[in-house]
Design a protein around this ligand. Structure first.
Ligand SMILES: [Fe+2]
Ligand SMILES: [Fe+2]
Length: 299
């Protein structure tokens, strides 16, 4: 680890983040115009980020069907966000249970829990607004998540959190800048990007404090479990039911998306920053790296 990776003391980080939270926070229930009608002829995320973009199947689809697909894909990714934020809220509650209540660090932990709670409500409201069903990760991953949120150590809590927050951040930064897409997913992305910047900062500093304290065995286990979490979070971004709801043959669409080099590149794009950071810290090594490779994120 280089000296530039030495984080400030916990109270210094938390004090700064509490100040920005006081200045830049949103209440999505009132700050987003949920009553505005959907435009109807706009994409819900940039089309080049669709899992089928650039394939022969995409070429066969009508414009309306492509738009419909991006609607369900955006809803699916939002539901994955809710799934992980719910896991994160529990992990942060466990974190606060063990820290001194009379500190800025604990106060920021509770602040972040409150923000994640508002985000999950915001994502849920967006999915409802789209008229989409709730998507999910499937029963096996759902139960694995149950074990993870109950048992993760500090390193796993903050490295997995950074992974999910960074991939959403990369995709949502593009969405908030794209004036051609539907306004509601743009607004939702903007609120999320602004508030997540401090969560990523908090997780990064905490990870840099906790990771060096682990012994060899704990490091090996953490790398392996992180690899599994990354693999599952990345490969479950799009619930296969999305394709059925966009009027496509599910088997053909899943096969096409899995083999689609554009989609693989989109996932790499989303994960690039965090893959570089975690790789530099030595968290992508050993058997855990196999899962990163299987997710298509490293060679
Ligand atoms: Fe969030
Ligand atoms: Fe967050």
């Amino acid at each position: 680890m280089t000296t530039t990776d030495t984080p400030p003391r916990r109270e210094v980080t938390a004090g700064r983040l509490l100040k920005t939270a006081a200045r830049h926070s949103y209440d999505p229930d009132v700050d987003i115009d949920w009553d505005a009608p959907l435009a109807g002829d706009r994409y819900f995320h940039p089309p080049h980020r669709s899992s089928l973009y650039g394939t022969q199947l995409w070429e066969r689809m009508s414009e309306a069907q492509r738009i419909e697909l991006t609607k369900h894909e955006t809803a699916s990714i939002a539901c994955m966000g809710i799934w992980f934020e719910t896991i994160l809220m529990q992990m942060l509650i466990r974190h606060a249970y063990d820290t001194d209540p009379a500190t800025a660090h604990t106060r920021f932990t509770y602040t972040e829990i409150a923000e994640e709670c508002r985000h999950s409500k915001m994502f849920a409201r967006m999915v409802e607004k789209f008229g989409c069903p709730g998507y999910g990760t499937g029963p096996v991953v759902h139960h694995l998540g149950r074990a993870f949120k109950a048992l993760s150590n500090g390193t796993l809590t903050f490295s997995a959190t950074m992974y999910v927050e960074e991939i959403l951040d990369a995709l949502q930064r593009e969405m908030m800048a794209d004036e051609t897409i539907e306004p509601i997913p743009r607004e939702v992305s903007r609120v999320h990007v602004i508030e997540e910047a401090r969560h990523i900062h908090f997780a990064r500093d905490e990870l840099l404090r906790q990771w060096p304290k682990l012994g060899r065995g704990q490091r090996a286990v953490s790398r392996l479990v992180l690899g599994v979490v990354v693999y599952l979070a990345t490969t479950r971004l799009i619930d296969p039911k999305v394709y059925a709801n966009a009027g496509l043959d599910v088997d053909e669409a899943v096969r096409t998306a899995t083999a689609n080099p554009h989609w693989r590149e989109s996932k790499r794009f989303a994960a690039r920053k965090i893959t570089t950071f975690l790789g530099e810290q030595g968290l992508i090594k050993g058997p855990g790296r196999i899962f990163w490779r299987r997710a298509g994120l490293v060679d």
